[in-house]
Design a protein around this ligand. Structure first.
Ligand code: XMP
Length: 510
């Protein structure tokens, strides 16, 4: 069993970032809502209290009883956590009269303590709070200040309890990762023993135990998560894993055959099901984006259901669900809310399938899934693939979908994506694709007047798809791609480039 760190979530937008920074230190951690303290606290070697949008002075603010933790385990309280620790321990928290949001510099540091090892006065930290700690709690010792915030860091004498008003988890806190390491490794003695290899080893052993000799069905999408989940399961149960890869007719050009080949080379027991006609028939005449999504989702379930019935005696459904989809976080309104997203492609499988669900990646962040994939020897090109929506080109063809429009968009998309690879730009971009607009425009080719389709290219930089900015490509690249598209793809005579950020636009046009 790994050394494990518990992060108690008070609802801050940064809680997941704390977990990521801890994992980057090769230390395993789990996020739990503040009001659902795990029963077995023994497994945790240290605890971190997160920030929160609340004021500790508010009546409905999180006020958990810390007596089971404080003084019993190494404890680091961040932002709201630091204020709550002060409030809980007899200190005073009051509204602040100076601006305490954004960058600040540490002006005083107590170097007698290991917490600030390797951190110099002047180091930048990120503040984000409207209350301030006016009086420290009983037995507290001040260990750090900024110009505006005197009580920026303190510890409780005789305990391994630390509190910091700033956010060590955001990159703007230049030495934040160092402080987290000082606290977790040097002060709390947590071992840095969590690596992709150890994850693979333990997960495979665990899967062998839970699944045993049962059969598992898994829907592959060609994406990173389902592929890594499949390879892990394959390692544990071999041919008892039955993968199904459905062609919905809305994949990228040649993607179905290429990815299917790749899966077979990887030794996976995979069945490719070409259901293009079924999807395209069901989509005939539909142009409303949500109706398209629902139709694609429903046909997928029907196809998957038909195929899974062909696997006799299957007991489990494997899924590539990852941690951000399952973290139970505290909502900004204070109540604990299970924000569980249904998995895009196999969400809402009918109850009568009666399969138990196995999700080997459910504790991993996306970048960790890629690292585990690399440890499993999965091809870097597959692991580095851009995200691609479940409904595929269906939501990139604006308006109704016809086989001819799919063909045009597949060609355009292939020229764009191949161009990105040729120009060494593919890995610098988070996601890229083309949209087929429901617009014809006039052009001239040779001596002929044309009246043909317009396509929009979209490429964004992002870390999680929640916010995104358009990519500032070299003009020469845009020029070349635009020329190639118009010359090589019959039916298209105009190319535009989308320069909208998200928000207020979204990445997809539908
Ligand atoms: P938006 O367009 O909301 O997209 O900015 C954010 C990310 O989600 C992907 N996306 C989808 N993925 N089913 C999916 O599996 C969908 O219906 C869907 N809609 C958007 C989009 O490609 C981007 O990565």
């Amino acid at each position: 069993m790994h050394n494990n760190v518990l992060i108690l979530d008070f609802g801050s937008q940064y809680t997941q970032l704390i977990a990521r920074r801890v994992r980057e230190l090769n230390i395993f951690c789990e996020i739990k809502p503040y009001n659902k303290l795990p029963e077995n606290l023994d497994i945790y070697k240290a605890v971190i209290l997160s920030g929160s949008p609340f004021s500790v002075r508010a009546e409905d603010a999180p006020h958990p009883d810390l007596s089971q933790i404080q003084g019993k385990k190494p404890l680091l309280a961040v932002c709201y956590g630091a204020q709550y620790l002060a409030h809980f321990g007899g200190g005073e928290v009051a509204p602040s009269n100076t601006r305490e949001y954004g960058r600040a510099k540490l002006s005083f540091l107590d170097h007698e303590d290991h917490f600030f090892d390797g951190v110099e006065a002047g180091s930048q930290v990120w503040m984000s709070h409207s209350d301030t700690i006016k009086h420290l709690p009983t037995n507290a010792k001040l260990i750090g200040s900024t110009d505006d915030v005197k009580n920026a860091a303190y510890k409780i004498e005789g305990e391994t309890t630390y509190a910091i008003q700033f956010h060590p988890e955001v990159y703007h806190s230049t030495d934040g990762a160092k402080m987290l390491k000082n606290f977790l490794v040097d002060i709390a003695g947590v071992h840095q023993d969590w690596t992709p290899d150890s994850f693979v080893h333990e997960t495979v052993e665990e899967l062998k135990k839970t699944v045993g000799s049962d059969k598992v069905i898994l829907g592959l999408s060609g994406g990173v998560d389902s592929t890594v989940a499949a390879v892990l399961l394959h390692k544990a149960i071999g041919s008892h894993l039955h993968c199904i890869f459905v062609n919905n007719g809305l994949l990228r050009k040649d993607e179905f055959s290429q990815v299917l080949d790749q899966y077979k080379h990887m030794g996976l027991n995979v069945k490719g099901v070409d259901a293009s006609d079924r999807f395209l028939d069901a989509l005939k005449g539909i142009s409303d984006p949500e109706t398209k999504r629902k139709t694609i989702g429903k046909v997928f379930i029907d196809v998957f259901d038909d195929e899974s019935h062909k696997v006799e005696d299957a007991k489990w459904l494997g899924q590539g669900t990852i941690y951000p989809d399952v973290i139970e976080s505290v909502s900004a309104t204070g109540g604990p809310s299970a924000t569980i997203k249904s998995h895009h492609n196999v969400g809402g499988l009918p109850d009568y399938m009666k399969l138990k669900v196995v999700e080997p990646l459910k504790l991993l962040f996306k970048d960790e899934v890629r690292r585990v994939g690399a440890a499993l020897g999965i091809d870097a090109k597959l692991l580095g693939r851009h995200p691609f929506p479940g409904p595929g080109l269906g939501i990139r063809i604006l308006g109704d979908i016809t086989p001819e429009k799919v063909r045009i968009l597949q060609e355009v998309d292939a020229v764009f994506v191949n161009g990105l690879r040729e120009w060494g730009l593919y890995d610098k971009v988070w996601q890229a694709g083309a949209m087929l607009l429901p617009v014809n425009s006039v052009g001239v080719m040779g001596d002929e007047r044309t009246y043909e389709k317009c396509v929009a290219l979209r490429a964004v930089e992002s870390t999680d798809g929640m916010t995104a900015d358009w990519v500032n490509f070299p003009y020469e690249f845009l020029q070349k791609v635009s020329n190639d598209i118009i010359n090589k793809v019959p039916g298209v005579n105009r190319v535009v480039y989308d320069i909208s950020s998200k928000p207020p636009a979204t990445i997809e046009w539908e």
